[in-house]
Ligand binder design. Structure first.
Ligand SMILES: C[S@@+](CC[C@H](N)C(=O)[O-])C[C@H]1O[C@@H](n2cnc3c(N)ncnc32)[C@H](O)[C@@H]1O
Length: 195
């Protein structure tokens, strides 16, 4: 099977690992939402062997995700599970939840569904990591993000770069407080929340 490949994932996986690695030393289980190609899941599971990395995505992405994970043969990388944020969420809870480059793809109601789902899969001390581009006070942080937003909305008028203030409000409603807003390469952010 031809495995999809994202150059962006190859570029950002090292800087993301540098941030999340010291924050996940005590975590044993993590749920990734919207795993995409599975490159992040495979790399982070390799690099963080104490952590069971549970990837997930919409059904259409499961065949290639699970092909990749079968080839990887990592004991802490189980097969990906189907998870559409607007559908049924797993009944288990996780020490951490991670999602990258998803909230600007999802419509606003789907972003709300993502946060509502956190109530099901998180515990009293869970951490939350959200990677991607965000706006501040309604402003793009770069011309490239502004151009990206136009491209996104041309593909799907319901997609678009989200305001960090709105994301923080939704997180607070689920009991998550922003701990650090990490500046990342290529005008992205890595938001770390904890309860
Ligand atoms: C731009 S890709 C990002 C993939 C990967 N996380 C990365 O960083 O490269 C967006 C991902 O969001 C997923 N996605 C979109 N809508 C979703 C939904 N309603 N529920 C769950 N995942 C969704 C897509 O299937 C896709 O894998």
């Amino acid at each position: 099977m031809h495995l999809p490949f994202s150059q962006a994932c190859e570029n950002n996986k090292h800087p993301i690992l540098k941030v999340i690695s010291p924050l996940l030393t005590q975590a044993k289980t993590l749920l990734e939402v919207g795993s995409g190609t599975g490159q992040h899941a495979e790399y982070f599971a390799q690099q963080l062997p104490h952590l069971r990395w549970q990837a997930s995505d919409q059904a259409i992405n499961l065949p290639h995700l699970n092909c990749r994970f079968n080839l990887a043969e990592l004991g802490n990388l189980p097969l990906a599970i189907e998870l559409d944020v607007s559908g049924n969420w797993p009944v288990s809870t996780f020490d951490a939840i991670y999602t990258a480059n998803t909230l600007h793809i999802m419509s606003k109601p789907l972003v709300e569904s993502f946060f509502n789902g956190l109530a099901i899969v998180s515990k009293s001390n869970s951490q939350l990591f959200i990677y991607g581009p965000f706006n501040y006070q309604g402003q793009f942080t770069s011309q490239s993000n502004a151009d990206f937003h136009v491209w996104l909305t041309q593909n799907n008028p319901l997609s678009g770069i989200r305001d960090i203030e709105w994301i923080m409000d939704l997180a607070v409603q689920q009991g998550f407080q922003l701990q650090t807003d990490f500046e990342m390469p290529a005008n992205n952010r890595l938001l770390h929340f904890s309860r």
